[in-house]
Design a protein around this ligand. Sequence first.
Ligand SMILES: O=C(O)CCC(=O)C(=O)O
Length: 324
Amino acid sequence: MSARRPQPRATGYRASQKPGRPGAPPYGGADRTARPWSSASAGPRNRQGLYYDPAYVSETDDREIREWLATLHPIWEERYSSRNPPPPGQQQRRLLRPVYWLGNWQFACLDYYHPPQGILNRCVAAEPYPAVLARLVARAEEITRKRFSPADIPAGWHLNTCLVNFYGDRIEEGRRIDAARVGEHKDFEPGPVASISLGERALFQFVRSARRGDQADVVHPQWLDDRSLLIFGGEQWKSRTFHRVLRVDRRAGCRFAPEIPGFETRRVNFTFRFVPDEHIVPLAELTPDARADVRGYIEELAPYSAFFRDALARADAKLPERAP
Ligand SMILES: O=C(O)CCC(=O)C(=O)O
């Protein structure tokens, strides 16, 4: 998740660009190794830089991921901090959904990774992938290297960063408030992004807006099915278009652990990205200001995570204000 645009209006969807039906044949048909695009698919003719497999995750891997998810304690982040206040006219706000990051944590209040300027003090070393995700991401990297133009894969590219997004309803005073969407934005980490989805299917769209506030044109809609993989990269999908999740179904009755107070999860999405290793820093090496901004979050994570307990202990050993 990176630089957001103002929330798009909810439509902009053109009738000529119908998303695929549920259960429609995969891009690439029954043969998983085939091309990601088939003539039966809706959307642009440009086949470069997009790969979709609707049944990427096996049932066994799905079970293993769900067991691991049950051990997580996702957090609610605020978009800004006292040192990084909201821009004029905007207010502090909580993110729409709880999140968890692996590999490195890009705290919203430090701003997301955005080269060439926004590369320092943004990516904080985080827990490694559990075995099942490490296997799935290694295969996604292989597919990418095989299917994508080498020109679209930067030197050193490997998917070392994962944002785990929890989509569902906020429960407030007994009322259910649908929070299962993401406004249009780009992911600025270099190279292709791989996205694995579990649970209810989501309507994901690549969109283009002529000007701020204009209604977005849907360039390519894609239903993201339970256990699917989408990989997107290159100029067309990373630079020229934004992407968003317009809505998430509630047809299949999917539910996910962990229990998150005030929230009910019906879809989980993992987006794997690449941050050059030299831009990932241990908590202890963040500037004192940035460290102070995220300290509360690390304290929330630490009781459940040996990794963050250790990170906090090491950081505190350096913090002058914590010295006796
Ligand atoms: O949930 C999804 O399918 C997409 C998530 C996304 O766009 C992001 O994390 O940047």
